[in-house]
Design a protein around this ligand. Sequence first.
Ligand code: ZN
Length: 323
Amino acid sequence: MAAALVPVGLGGWLLWQGVSGAQDSGGSDAGKGETATATATPSGSGSAADSPSAEPSGTDGPSSGKPSGDASTSSSTPSPSPKPSTSPSPSPSGTTPRTGPLKGKVVVIDPGHNPRNRDHPTQIARQVDVGTHRKECDTTGTATNAGYSEAAFNLDLAHRLRKLLEEQGATVKLTQDNDRPYGPCIDERARIGNEAKADAVVSLHADGSSAGNRGFHVILPGKVKAGAADTSAIVAPSRELGERIAGGFVRRTGNAPSNYIGGGTGLDVRKDLGGLNLSKVPKVFIECGNMRDADDAAQLTNGTWRQKAARGISEGIAGFLKG
Ligand SMILES: [Zn+2]
């Protein structure tokens, strides 16, 4: 228990040795369903998702102002504004180099939920066909007890991740950038990755589980074939992608894998997520931590930590793309 064994494989893996001893409270609540999924949180039910007004419209939280680790690679780009790197919604490709080890690679980042979903309960409750079954278009996501929403977290992390990937030459597309009133629906999120012919897609989330449940996990697509869902071609590459992301996440954050899902591996396989079932390109979800646990929440709301998380995820993606 002191040391969780992070499964070895495909280069990026490592043994995780008890960095923070608090991770051992033998989790057993797996399967409660309180995960990234669209079904995770009671949509529209005003759960903690609508607490105070802690989120400044879904972008930079209070602590994200520092551009940590932003050593710029754009040596000779005269930037029009004095501070290009702190903008919460930088232009997707404006100041980034189109060279680098990931040149020619397409990455789709899917920031889970949408800060404004909560204002559109009817629209996001619409049922969509995900091949295996029908489920809600989207959900509100969770929030910390203090009211920092998962949707805001996901977007902030997406911006950080986009920057890191673009600096390496990748072409990056977000499924949403707080630029639409709600959604997109989970089927459209999958379609965006497919139509971009993405080399890798990562859906960013944070969980809303019980206090005491801690740590991250990566969700991999299970093998499904029903209706428009056929994951047979993506199960294997998605696992490799997910393992590399998990490895990078451990390495950069020093955090242990989830103590309540995945048996210490940091990996979970699911067949109920429309965003995975409908994907035709390698795709995983990551639950970066549990917003309802005070210790995890302290990290999730910290901009420096989020930068480490983004770096870990970016290194996992880069390893997958270069591998
Ligand atoms: Zn989520």
